[in-house]
Write a protein that binds this ligand. Sequence first.
Ligand code: FPP
Length: 290
Amino acid sequence: MGRRLRGFAGYASFDASEAEKGAEHLLKPSNRTEANLLEQLDMNRLPRHVAIIMDGNGRWAERRHLPRIAGHRAGVKTAREVIESSARLGIEALTLYAFSMENWRRPHTEVDFLMRLLREYLRKELPVIHKNNIRLIVIGRGGQLPPTVRRDLDEAMKLTSGNTGMKLVVALNYGGRAEIVDAVNAILEERRKAAEPEGPIAEQEISDHLHTAGLPDPDLLVRTSGELRVSNFLLWQIAYAEIYVTETLWPDFHRASLLEALIEYQRRERRYGGLSPGRKTSKSHSQAVS
Ligand code: FPP
């Protein structure tokens, strides 16, 4: 029988001292829908690592006849809710795709706004993140970010580096292909310096040189707003991830949406290219490939 959350009433603020009592005490539903969804969730089979492509801020704003930046502001609120809910559930790592290498192609004013929003988010939320034992990790080519943003991020990572709770990974100026290229170049450089004999590069060696080294690969990749693309996100790491796409636009992806994604993940059968237990005698290749 799986561990399930039960018997909650009301919504309590996130308090680090609660964390020590165990996850059962942490996530309190704020309405009946959330309570019903929590009942369905098996706390023993949560994904270790959830990665999210937060998409649809612009469309959310357009539908309300608001400027795109209003969508990004609403997106930050959702990010806060999803971060808090994931930490309360006891998820080990949450990766959010906040700014891709391709996002520089957006109008200068929008890029500027996103960078300011990120700094504002850090200024407001870092104390809460730190208090709740969350460790902030930033992945991507940080060298190309504005110096003020880099400085704030470096300080935030340093402050939270000893935290042992959820790892909050924020992908900024991130591109999956660039990350793999950087990893391979780093391996070649290390070998050159060590004057090591040439040899084939192993998969583990590449994993160990990615920005996500040390993190489990994502078990679940969520994409909001309905696009069926991975958009150069964690290309190496999502090799076996379950992909969950929802039509919900990111600002509307509230806690219930996260719980729905987790429940759907638990319905899936992960085979990693093998056979399901009931089909172990099958010889069919097509059945064996996930
Ligand atoms: C996609 O919407 C979202 C982004 C470009 C990333 C910005 C994300 C946030 C502001 C959330 C905050 C995150 C953190 C970690 C504080 P879009 O503009 O691509 O939407 P569209 O496809 O509808 O135009």
